[in-house]
Design a protein around this ligand. Structure first.
Ligand SMILES: [Zn+2]
Ligand SMILES: [Zn+2]
Length: 190
């Protein structure tokens, strides 16, 4: 049984029937955003309780996982262990069909119970991703990097700065360069 897909053959269809299981599996790819998420292949552990409902299966799980990212300002590595709670109702296909027939536009986004299995991956993704910071920071007031030398500002003395060439000189330097190009003996030769 691959990763987060669980067998429900032995879960009686009678409402209120319960199946408990524990899953340990390597994390799937793309569990997170571009800047922060669960590294593919890292340890994922879930305590799962499946309960039969009238129109589907209620999946409840606590997922222990590892979140890895980078501070967007200073690029410091961020590592964190987290427990994510999943509470998701997976509907029987006929229940989804019924909603679709009623014109429910959200029917396409509903999770469906498979014939003999139930895939926890989309539920885990839905539970985790909205909790991840859009712009991860090592701390809210991270000062970031010096724009000139790229070092972490908080590790530099408060008066850290770079000698900046007087802008008037850089204009002159630019002119000088232009003149030199005009004098290029290779140019304008017949
Ligand atoms: Zn930072
Ligand atoms: Zn600097």
């Amino acid at each position: 049984m691959p990763g987060l897909v669980v067998d429900i053959v032995d879960l009686p269809r009678a409402t209120g029937s319960v199946k408990n299981l524990r899953i340990r599996t390597p994390a799937p790819a793309d569990l997170g955003t571009e800047v922060i998420g669960v590294p593919e292949g890292s340890d994922l552990a879930l305590d799962v309780t499946l309960t039969s409902m009238d129109d589907g299966v209620l999946a409840h799980a606590d997922a222990d996982l590892h979140v890895h990212g980078e501070c967007v300002r200073c690029l410091r590595v961020l590592d964190e262990d987290r427990t994510v709670r999943i509470d998701e109702l997976y509907l029987f296909p006929e229940a989804i069909e019924a909603q679709r027939a009623e014109g429910d536009e959200e029917a396409d986004g509903l999770l469906a119970v498979g014939d003999t299995t139930l895939d926890l991956e989309p539920a885990l993704r839905d539970a985790l991703v909205p909790t991840l910071p859009f712009q991860p920071l090592c701390r809210p007031d991270c000062p970031g990097l010096c724009p000139d030398c790229g070092q972490r500002l908080e590790e530099l003395p408060a008066d850290h700065h770079h000698e900046v060439l007087d802008p008037r000189w850089s204009v002159l330097a630019g002119l000088l360069e232009t003149c030199q190009q005009d004098d290029d003996p290779e140019e304008g030769r017949p």
